[in-house]
Design a protein around this ligand. Structure first.
Ligand code: ADP
Ligand code: MG
Length: 627
């Protein structure tokens, strides 16, 4: 608002007591030019009517100015808001240029922002054209350029240039003339956009704060001119005055803050997004807690591993960390005292109530001053490793057991042969019908059983090479059943056969495969009470890609079925639930089927029955030999 203090003293009225005179004096103090001449006669009607006209004119002008200012302010707020969402410097420059053109009605406007890489002033120029406007992108390289634009940018000083020339304004690799209509340019104001504060550290390569690189700064990397506003008028318009200069300068000051804040906000957002990307791209789960153990950050991997959503966890003590676990507690306490802990194995709980073994590492969370204000815990799911470890341990155990039993079997075989021969010798010519004969028979049966076990063991540890020939699967099953004698009928087991002739022959070592099916049928019968049903079935199943269908032989029973515990240990040597069992049957079966390149599949429902299926490929296996 215009104000001229000097005019206050210039008034001296003849009728100071007159209320009109007093008000006029007061108003005069706010105005630049006098409303009426000092010596005007206020009692004359002509003077009064003239005064009324002048005042009405003033009121109207004031009112218009008020509207304009309020429009400018409103749109400035809008510009500030828009700049926050603007991603590129180019868009920011365009937004401001449009604002200056529309809200202030300047006929020629350019807003240029400094780009450090590659040292140019770049932005948008707008000039009135008919009822609309003409808009262009301009880029003015700074190195090697001369003229008022570069000096004003470098010095940070605003200036008014009356009747500018193209050479006087900018001489360099860029082009200002076409965008600005230099030929018709009458006057111009250059007003630098300056950052409100100096950045503490020079922004640049190696400073580690790459984001700030996007804040333009002049060549020395320290001064803080963000860019330049240019406002011009063509020769036909009233030339720009020093009043316009100060107005444009103050607008530039306001806009500088807006631009700077917009930039800083963008940098912050980018920094945040980068941080989130970084955290969420980690293969490990991560949770950061403060010293009160409340979660302050968590990554997506942790969400995936634990099933807890971030909203559930942030602000609370992470529900999946076993703080009651002494090892975990120590790991967190250690980190909060500055001592990181690596690879602690603990059990973490999931949201669904299940658990998993994880390797947790903790490290202190420090602020800029190095003070610890929290702890970062990263963790990996060890379940897969645990399972693998368990399997390897299991196989190791089996192998060790195999070697051990082979050694024992070897040691027992010879003495057993001796005992057998001894008993034979002692009882030669003895009457075997009496009770002694029973005892001898018992001894011989037990010797036979021991022999069988040892033979079985040898079959495992010294498997015979496979001698394969095409075999019909239904015949294998039939022969196996027959070799068990009347076992099924004695136990009142019904036998159902589903043996379609369409099932082709399969290359197999008949003796050995029969061993398998005999074992399976024997187990099935043993699992059933009288009245049960044994089903023998042959069939096919799809082979692997490019392979002929496989042959299947299934032995099903309506017996006890198996608990998960039994299923898990089924193939262990010596695992048996039977009083007179050896626990070697399935162990041997597994080895034989494996050497045929086949699979042994089990379906079992506890209390309802089990199905064992031998699956054999039709492509003969090449390594039909020993393990
Ligand atoms: P064994 O028959 O000497 O016990 P196996 O290796 O043949 O040894 O079988 C191991 C164990 O597996 C059996 O003791 C039994 O508990 C279980 N099992 C095997 N087949 C069946 C079946 N058809 N139904 C239920 N349990 C079975
Ligand atoms: Mg058995």
């Amino acid at each position: 608002m215009d104000m001229d203090l000097s005019s206050m003293s210039s008034t001296a009225r003849r009728l100071p007591d007159d209320p009109l005179e007093r008000r006029l004096d007061e108003i005069q103090g706010l105005l630049r030019e006098p409303l009426i001449p000092d010596d005007a006669d206020l009692s004359s009607a002509a003077t009064l009517s003239n005064l009324a006209l002048v005042l009405a004119d003033r009121v109207e002008r004031g009112h218009r100015q008020l509207i304009a200012t309020s429009v400018q302010l409103t749109s400035l707020r809008e510009v500030a808001h828009r700049l926050l969402s603007v991603r590129s410097a180019d868009r920011a420059a365009e937004t401001i240029a449009l604002y200056l053109h529309k809200a202030f009605d300047h006929s020629r406007v350019a807003v240029l922002l400094f780009d450090r890489e590659p040292m140019v002033l770049r932005g948008t120029a707008i000039r009135r054209a008919g009822l609309g406007f003409f808009q262009a992108q301009i880029t003015l390289p700074i190195p090697g350029a001369t003229g008022a634009v570069t000096t004003s940018f470098a010095s940070g000083e605003a200036r008014l240039i009356e009747s500018p020339t193209e050479a006087g304004l900018y001489q360099g690799e860029g082009d200002l003339a076409s965008a600005f209509d230099m030929e018709n340019l009458g006057s111009i104001v250059l007003a630098p956009l300056k950052a409100a504060h100096l950045f503490a550290s020079p922004v640049g390569a190696g400073s580690g704060r790459q984001n700030l690189d996007q804040v333009p700064g002049p060549a020395d990397g320290r001064t803080t001119v963000l860019g330049l506003i240019m406002v011009g008028r063509c020769g036909r318009e009233t030339p720009l005055t020093s009043d316009d200069l100060s107005q444009i300068e103050s607008v530039a000051t306001t806009l500088s803050t807006v631009v700077e804040n917009g930039r800083l906000y963008q940098d912050l957002r980018q920094g945040e997004m980068f941080r989130d990307d970084l955290l969420n791209s980690m293969g490990s789960g991560l949770v950061a807690i403060n010293l009160a153990r409340r979660a302050i950050s968590m990554n997506q991997t942790a969400v995936g591993l634990t099933g807890w959503e971030m909203e559930d966890v942030l602000g609370d003590i992470p529900p999946f960390l076993p703080l009651a676990d002494r090892g975990m507690e120590a790991a967190i306490r250690g980190a909060s005292y500055g001592k990181p802990v690596l690879g602690k194995e603990v059990v973490l709980s999931k949201k669904d109530g299940t658990f998993f073994v994880a390797s947790v590492s903790t490290s202190p969370l420090r602020n800029e001053d190095g003070e610890i204000y929290g702890v970062i815990a990263t963790f990996q799911d060890l379940t897969v490793f645990k399972e693998m470890e368990e399997r390897i341990r299991h196989l190791d155990r089996l192998a060790a057991l195999g070697r051990f039993t082979a050694a024992i079997a070897h040691e027992i075989r010879n003495p057993l042969a001796g005992i057998s021969a001894g008993v034979e010798y002692l009882t030669r010519g003895m009457d075997r019908s009496g009770p002694e004969g029973d005892n001898i028979g018992f001894i011989q049966k037990e010797i036979q059983r021991l022999n069988q076990i040892i033979e079985d063991l040898f079959r495992v540890t010294h498997p015979r090479p496979l001698m394969t020939a095409p075999e019909r699967p239904e015949l294998i099953l039939e022969r196996s059943l027959r070799s068990l004698g009347d076992m099924a009928t004695a136990r009142q087991i019904e036998v159902i056969r589903i043996l379609p002739e369409s099932v082709p022959a399969v290359p197999a070592d008949a003796d050995q495969i029969q061993q398998v099916t005999i074992n399976l049928i024997k187990n099935a019968i043993e699992a059933m009470e009288p009245g049960g049903t044994l089903t023998l079935r042959t069939g096919t199943r799809p082979g692997r890609p490019g392979e002929e269908p496989w042959i299947t032989m299934t032995v099903s029973d309506t017996g006890t079925g198996m608990s998960p515990e039994v299923r898990k240990r089924l193939f262990e040597p010596f695992f048996t639930k039977k009083a007179s069992g050896t626990g070697l049957g399935l162990y041997i079966c597994h080895g034989i089927v494996e050497r045929h390149g086949g699979l042994l599949r089990i379906d079992s429902v506890e209390g309802e029955g089990s199905s064992f299926t031998v699956e054999l490929p039709r492509t003969p296996v090449s390594n039909g030999g020993a393990q």
